[in-house]
Design a protein around this ligand. Structure first.
Ligand SMILES: Cc1cc2nc3c(=O)[nH]c(=O)nc-3n(C[C@H](O)[C@H](O)[C@H](O)COP(=O)(O)OP(=O)(O)OC[C@H]3O[C@@H](n4cnc5c(N)ncnc54)[C@H](O)[C@@H]3O)c2cc1C
Length: 598
């Protein structure tokens, strides 16, 4: 498919130390007609086939999920990322995240189809032998078979490598006998094929393709959940279950490569799904605010309602940018990888690994933005938001799990900084020299704060530069003080990750708005500039609090004073009328009854 992916290939994590131009990143402004068509097809499918069955899904009507998966598969939606030769659509990553956005209108459906088209089929499509691919992938693509991914256990999920499920070669040497239990398996109750992780001989963490019909495999009862109640989530038990030796997936002892790389994919798609759900809820909130009256006026006229809508729009704008920027960067890195080539799995995984930090950022920001937006939508709905008769109550419950699965947000925060630090230590990313230079300069001369680059949103550009310096200051000072003991200072690691996220999101919003300003006229571009300003000033406020707290843990006395002085310079900023920005943003959403940048 013809895409408008930027030419430049960017190193993962380099946004902290390099400056990008608007045309170097992919943004929603670059979407092609084909992308929009795919989005429209997916949106219509959800509107026509899924939303009318939402109640039946919640009531767990037998056979319904399989029926819906098969309908989705008829138009390729269960295999967006699967090579065509195995029955997939082989879409580019942008199209794939657009589909994830559209599927997220209903949380139960998003989980069901997400498991089928992602963690259910991709481990086999990427890591399977040719025979495994031929046997399983076409049937999973067509949803003749339903797939699931079984990593978590009752006592180990974040800590998945410490699983208790065991595999041992049978005396005849033709099977591995599986023993143990998995928990929380999406599609568990309806799946035919499971990718199961177990330790061979108690130590070699390995993936196996397990069919539901194998002797000794049994499925436990459905979990009673806070949300996504229409999806199937069950335990899975193995009692001496014989798995043919040819069903080992990937290499023995290398299951972690499959488990964790597939999660990078999952994070990208989950983050994108959260963007889609956020946009949908903003539209619902705007519509409700326009229709609901109190004190003789529509509630949309009240400043406190506008403030909420404006905030919701600004945050969604930033994270939407993060989603497309990240997917575009990955798409560029995948250029030239032929899905049918023997090296495809390795190359795809290398690309995902390169941008694992960005995938984690999208997962955390996407899920937390949706959390905020769902909560504020309930508030705008008032009592009706609390009533099960309205979709908003369900949307609020459904979104909560997003911060828990695909790696909890705590685990993703730990991973972000850990991965950046590791790359820095290996010399793959020049973070250490940049941090050292900053610390040296800071303790000698006062460094100028930011840049005035003469372009639109120059104040935000200065803040982006200041945020980058703040990350380097806090990360550099923390590494210098705690060295190898830094992982034990989890609060600091989390603070660095929060600063990294604010930096990536603010820069993305800036570049996106500048692209829009360069390409179009008022009022659309003004709304984008407003969203960027709101996001940037709030990011700077949050970053300042975060950095002050972190630095006070790292230093004291004169050194702390020097750090805090530098921090003030880095994040020095004017005080524009943010309430004005928020009102204008809200008015735009209210005028369109929509998320205004769709
Ligand atoms: C609806 C649903 C569907 C799911 N689907 C699947 C599926 O299809 N396949 C699958 O394999 N799993 C699935 N899961 C499991 C999910 O991935 C785990 O629940 C998740 O990884 C968290 O693990 P846990 O529940 O054991 O929590 P724990 O790991 O016990 O975590 C509890 C808390 O401690 C924190 N924590 C843990 N370790 C650390 C640490 N080192 N430092 C700081 N904080 C830490 C966590 O962030 C969390 O806040 C699903 C879960 C749910 C609820």
């Amino acid at each position: 498919m013809a895409t408008a992916i930027p030419e430049v290939r960017i190193k993962g994590g380099s946004f902290l130390i390099e400056t990008r131009t608007p045309e170097e990143i992919f943004t929603p402004e670059d979407l092609t007609d084909q992308h929009r068509l795919i989005g429209q097809t997916a949106e219509e499918f959800v509107a026509q086939e899924i939303l009318p069955r939402s109640k039946e899904m919640e009531e767990k009507k037998p056979g319904l999920l399989r029926e819906l998966l098969q309908k989705a598969a008829e138009i390729g939606l269960c295999a967006t990322d699967v090579p065509q030769q195995y029955g997939g659509l082989e879409l580019d990553k942008i199209s794939s995240i657009i589909v994830s956005e559209k599927m997220a209108r209903n949380g139960s459906w998003a989980s069901t189809v997400g498991a089928q088209s992602g963690i259910g089929v991709l481990p086999i499509a990427l890591f399977g032998t040719e025979a495994q691919k031929q046997k399983y992938v076409p049937k999973l693509s067509s949803a003749e078979w339903v797939g699931a991914y079984a990593l978590s256990e009752a006592t180990s999920a974040s800590d998945a490598l410490h699983c208790q499920t065991r595999a041992a070669l049978s005396p005849a040497g033709r099977h591995y006998l599986l023993n143990g239990s998995k928990m929380w398996i999406t599609n568990g109750g309806i799946a035919d094929v499971y990718v199961v992780f177990a330790k061979l001989d108690g130590e070699k963490f390995t993936a196996f393709i397990v069919e539901r019909g194998f002797p000794g495999v049994s499925v436990g009862a459905e979990e009673h959940k806070m949300g996504v109640r229409g999806s199937s989530t069950t335990p899975l038990n193995f009692e001496n279950a014989p798995v043919p030796v040819e069903n080992v997936l990937g290499e023995i002892g290398k299951g972690h490569r499959i488990a964790f790389n597939i999660l990078n994919f999952g994070r990208l798609k989950l983050g994108a799904g959260c963007v889609g759900a956020s946009k949908y809820l903003i539209a619902e909130a705007a519509r409700w605010a326009n229709e609901r009256h109190a004190f003789g006026r529509k509630i949309a006229d009240f400043g406190l309602i506008k403030e909420k809508l404006g905030e919701m729009v600004a945050r969604a704008y930033a994270v939407e940018g993060v989603s497309y920027r990240t997917s575009g960067t990955i798409e560029r890195a995948l250029e030239g990888v032929h899905p049918a080539a023997p090296t495809a799995a390795q190359e795809t995984m290398a690309a995902l690994q390169e941008y694992a930090v960005e995938c984690s950022i999208l997962k955390v920001m996407g899920t937390e933005t949706l959390d905020f937006i769902a909560d504020e939508t309930v508030q705008i709905y008032g009592g009706y938001g609390f009533s099960s008769d309205y979709e908003i109550e369900k949307a609020f419950r459904d979104q909560r799990v997003n911060r828990i699965f695909e790696g909890t947000n705590e685990i993703n925060r730990l991973l972000m900084t850990e991965m950046l630090m590791k790359r820095a230590m290996k010399g793959e990313l020049a973070l250490l020299p940049a941090a050292q230079k900053l610390l040296d300069e800071m303790l000698s001369l006062p460094s100028p704060s930011g840049v005035e680059d003469g372009q639109p949103l120059a104040d935000v550009a200065a803040l982006v530069e200041g945020l980058k310096k703040t990350v380097l200051l806090v990360a550099g000072a923390a590494a210098q003080k705690f060295m190898a003991a830094l992982p034990e200072e989890q609060e600091l690691v989390g603070a660095v990750s929060n600063l990294v996220m604010e930096t990536y999101a603010t820069e993305t919003a800036l570049l996106r708005a500048r692209k829009k300003i360069a390409r179009s006229s008022e009022p659309a571009a003004r709304a984008e500039a407003d969203a960027t300003s709101v996001y940037a000033y709030e990011a700077a406020d949050r970053a300042e609090i975060e950095a002050r707290r972190a630095l006070a843990r790292i230093a004291e006395g004169d050194l702390l004073r020097a750090y805090l002085g530098a921090l003030r310079r880095f994040l020095r900023r004017p005080s524009p009328d943010r309430i004005g920005f928020l009102r204008r943003l809200a008015d735009r959403a209210l005028e369109l009854n929509l998320y205004p940048f769709a």
